[in-house]
Design a protein around this ligand. Structure first.
Ligand code: SAH
Length: 277
């Protein structure tokens, strides 16, 4: 998703000069004031102790879930999902997203926006994480593959919904950080591998579903091959150089494959490890 530096995010949110006067000016100033007050409030509650900070984060999560519900309604023409499943909404309301973003950006963790996580990569906006998870129709016994672990947030959301999550990250520093965090937070059903996920994870296949969180030029054939009959894959692809469609790929029980375009999105490119076999 969008690439923005930490300082850019903070400065942009707090100090950006409004482009127009009038109602918009008032709206932006109010928003900046709210963010500034939230930042001070977060500092104050952190100072007040762990349980106050916990309450603040769960209130922020509840607000985020309400925003996801309203965005789902607004985009249902393209997604076919006016409401997301209760299980997915519960996962979004439970996973501590603030732990998956760099500490200086914690105050923005529950806003519906992508955030930088280092190495030029981003954690996707919460609405997209919720939508992509919902489109997979996750079930408690499922085995799911994620390509592009990043912060580990999407893997954690999936891990609270299915039996087993396999996730692949090509950048070692992100993979190491995500491994430690997922372990610390107690997500024991996630297995992480460092490498190029373009060709999936053949030893763990077939999968009930696959989610790809970086954009390849085309839908990788190996990933479609590694889906079970009846399986689903959500992947950003087939747009132009700087945007994609979020595609829902379904493998029917007779093996035929259908693809449906949903929303236009903007993901970071899927890298290729040219030295890999
Ligand atoms: N799902 C992530 C979002 C990650 S952004 C989250 O919840 O935070 C996409 C990630 O895909 C980046 O971390 C990037 O390094 C990774 N990536 C890019 N190309 C890849 C590839 N070929 N295989 C595995 N990971 C890849």
């Amino acid at each position: 998703m969008e690439r923005r530096s930490f300082l850019g995010i903070i400065a942009g949110s707090l100090f950006a000069v409004p482009r127009r006067a009038g109602a918009q000016h008032a709206g932006q100033s109010t928003r900046r004031m709210v963010i500034l007050l939230s930042a001070f409030y977060l500092l104050a509650v952190m100072h007040a102790g762990p349980s106050a900070a916990q309450d603040w984060h769960s209130a922020q999560r509840a607000r985020m879930v309400a925003e996801i519900a309203s965005l789902a309604r607004e985009t249902s023409g393209a997604t076919g999902r006016p409401t997301l499943s209760e299980a997915v909404m519960t996962a979004m309301g439970t996973v501590p997203r603030h732990r998956f973003v760099p500490a200086p950006l914690e105050v923005f963790a529950y806003k519906n926006q992508p955030l930088p996580i280092g190495e030029g990569q981003t954690i996707s906006q919460p609405f997209l994480v919720a939508l992509m998870t919902d489109l997979l129709d996750p079930k408690p016994g499922d085995t799911v593959l994620e390509v592009g672990t990043g912060s580990g947030y999407q893997a954690a959301v999936l891990a609270s919904l299915v039996a087993k999550v396999y996730t692949i990250e090509i950048l070692e520093p992100l993979a190491r950080r995500a491994t430690h965090l997922l372990e610390e937070l107690g997500y024991r059903n996630v297995e992480l591998r460092i490498g190029d996920g373009y060709n999936g994870w053949p030893e763990a296949a077939p999968f009930d579903s696959i989610v790809v969180t970086a954009a390849p030029a085309d839908v990788p054939k190996q990933l479609v091959y590694q889906l079970k009959p009846g399986g689903r894959m959500v992947i950003p692809a087939s747009g132009s150089s700087d945007w994609q469609y979020l595609l829902l790929v379904e493998k029917q029980s007779d093996g035929t494959v259908t693809m449906k375009r949903t929303l236009p999105v903007r993901f970071v490119p899927l890298k290729r490890d040219r030295s890999a076999k």
